[in-house]
Every structure is written in C-alpha cells, then in structure tokens.
Design a protein around this ligand. Structure first.
Ligand code: GTP
Length: 340
C-alpha cells in the first residue's frame, strides 16, 4: 500500500503541464478512493468575472462505465460549489444511501482558484486524510506549473504554453468538427463558425520605450495585458507571444462577430488613459483556424495579415482572407516565424 501511495505521488509530480496534472490527479483519486464522480472546477471570476469552468471530470454513466467529461464553462453552479469557492472551506453532504458528496477548495497563493468535487461511498478517516493530502500536493504542484506557464511581467500565458497548447486546440477543433457533422441533422448549425487566431501588436512601441524609458514601456504592456484579460472571455485564450506582441485564440464564432469584438476592444484601448502617452493604438492580423490546418500555417497567415495592417496605416484589424495576394508574396520574403 505504501509503495502504491508513493508511486501515485511520483505519477502526479511527473506532469509538466496543468492539463495533464488534472487528469493524473483524477485518475489517482479514482484509483485509491473508487469515487463515482470526480470533477475539477476552475474559478474564472478572478480574471473576468464570468464564472466557473468544469475543467476535467470522470463520471460513472448509467451502464456503470467510467467516462471522461468535456471541458465546459458553466453558466450556473450549485450553492455548495459557490460556498466552497467563496469560503475556501470543504463542504460535505451526507446522502441516505451511504454516499457522500464533497467539495474541496484549491488555493493558489491563499486564494481559492478552484475546487475538487467527489461523489463516493462515505469516506473513513484514513481516506479523508489521503484525499486532503492529494489536494495539497496538487495545490503545491499547481503553483509551480502556473508560474512556468505564465509570463513574469503580464501574468498572461507565455509563448512556451502557446507552443504546447496550439496543437491541442487544433486537435479539439478536429473533434468538434466531427461532432458537429454527426449532430448536424439534429440541431441548427452555423457553417461559418470557426476558431480564430489573432495576432495583436502595439503600434510604434519602440518610440514609447525610446521616449519614456523601458519601465514606462513595461507599464504599458502590463496595463494592456490587464485590459485584454478583463475584456475577452476566459474561454478565449490570451498569450504574450513575445515583446509587444500578443496572440488571442478565440472560440468558434463568425467573422462578423469576431470583427465587432476586436473593433470594440481597439476602441476601448484608444480611449484608455496610459501613463505618459496620449493614445495607444493596436494593429491586429487575424486568421481562421480551420480543422486540418497546420498550426504553423495559421500563425503565418495571422502574421501576414498583421504585416499588411502595419504597412497599410496601422490601428486596424485585417483578416488574412482580405490581404491582397501580391502583399502575401511580398511579406513571404520577410521574417520567418520560429515555432516549436
Ligand atoms: N519595455 C519593454 N519593451 C519591450 C519588451 N519586449 C520588447 N520590447 C520593445 O518593443 C519594441 C518593438 O519595436 P518594433 O518591433 O520596432 O516595433 P514598433 O516600434 O512597435 O513599430 P511597429 O510594430 O512597426 O508599429 C522594441 O523597442 C523592443 O525593445 C519588454 O518586455 N518591455
């Protein structure tokens, strides 16, 4: 038993990213406590006030098979989960048929950032100690991985995380594409709805650094990053791609809606007061992320659109599909993007 326990800790701490850490924690809890349901919830309200994500989950279905649940942003949450996230205390409900439900808070730097939910046979004291220990190991490891995945200045997801996540996001696109095709006969489907990748670059940022110094430049980057986190949905991932360049990966939507959203964001930035500078403007290049595209070509397309936006006046959003062919060839002789 002791050897099994040590091996389970080795298994959990072997993970190098938060997504696989979550799956590993759930499998371990399942193995040792034989729970019926296990769910990891993430509190998104810290970044933009829109609720909770069901991040990873394992369920016992009606035919007694365990199935992995899908990632999902929840519109409503139970009062027990809300209370756990609010109070940072464990909530326990005892059911009549020797079953219990438990919500355990997950803290990052003393703030509740999520919760682990389990439904299982009533836990005896040793099992409770074990479960609490797993949660604490998870918390400690989450703190380290979270620091690794984020940019030190802006706290946005960093370039390394982007390189790792983009492949995963494209794979999810293919799965969603298949699902939509099979469900198409049953529900209304928007054929023009796909994911989008936007490359966002500050205009004339070098001038800000050269005129007011690097510290002022850093302050502008930090404020812009905060605005981005607050403006876009938590399900739209925002990365600091490098220097003064950011990447946003949007959930499936139409070109019209994405255009409106980005135009509204640019307007907000134009009217935001940044230290020293009169007005900050952005140039944005955007490309469609169709299933079966290579990640590198999506990034290159967004970069070509950005290049065109810069060369045709800045302070605008350009879709790759609107870049004239001649300009695409011209930008191909320019900088190459380094990926992976
Ligand atoms: N303060 C600060 N500056 C940075 C950071 N990373 C990159 N930069 C600066 O960002 C500037 C980018 O300049 P350019 O690539 O010439 O672009 P630009 O001046 O924004 O011009 P356009 O993109 O053509 O509008 C350089 O001066 C870099 O030193 C950072 O972390 N902090």
């Amino acid at each position: 038993m002791q050897e099994d326990l040590l091996n389970s800790v080795v298994k959990i701490t072997k993970n190098r990213d938060i997504d696989s850490l979550e799956f590993s924690l759930i499998s371990t809890i399942h193995e040792f406590l034989n729970c019926k349901d296990i769910i990891i919830y993430k509190n998104l309200s810290q970044s933009n006030g829109i609720g909770v994500e069901k991040s990873a989950s394992l369920y016992l279905d009606s035919e007694n098979n365990y199935i992995w649940g899908e990632r999902e942003i929840l519109q409503d949450i139970s009062k027990e989960l809300a209370s756990c996230l609010h109070s940072a205390c464990t909530i326990n409900i005892q059911k009549k048929n020797d079953l219990e439900q438990r919500w355990l808070p997950i803290l990052l730097n003393d703030k509740p950032v999520g919760a682990i939910y389990i439904r299982c046979k009533t836990l005896h004291s040793e099992q409770q100690v074990l479960l609490n220990s797993y949660c604490r190991i998870y918390e400690n490891y989450l703190t380290i991985l979270n620091e690794n995945e984020r940019d030190k200045l802006t706290s946005l997801l960093n370039r390394q995380t982007f390189d790792r996540k983009i492949k995963l996001l494209m794979e999810n696109q293919i799965n969603d594409h298949f699902k939509v095709r099979t469900e198409k006969t049953n529900r209304k489907h928007h054929d023009d709805s796909t994911s989008w990748l936007a490359m966002v670059d500050i205009d004339h940022f070098k001038k800000i650094n050269d005129t007011y110094g690097h510290i002022c430049g850093d302050e502008v980057l930090l404020l812009l990053a905060q605005r981005m986190s607050a403006f876009f949905r938590a399900s739209d991932l925002v990365f600091r791609f490098g220097g003064e360049e950011f990447v946003i990966v949007f959930e499936p939507t139409t070109q019209e809606l994405i255009n409106k959203r980005l135009a509204a964001f640019m307007e907000q930035i134009r009217s935001t007061h940044f230290p020293f500078i009169k007005q900050l403007t952005l140039s944005i290049g955007i490309a469609r992320m169709s299933p079966y595209d290579f990640p590198i070509s999506v990034i290159e397309n967004a970069d070509k659109a950005l290049y065109f936006a810069k060369n045709s006046g800045r302070d605008q959003v350009i879709f790759y599909s609107d870049v004239p062919k001649a300009n695409i060839q011209e930008s191909q002789s320019g900088d190459e993007i380094e990926l992976f």
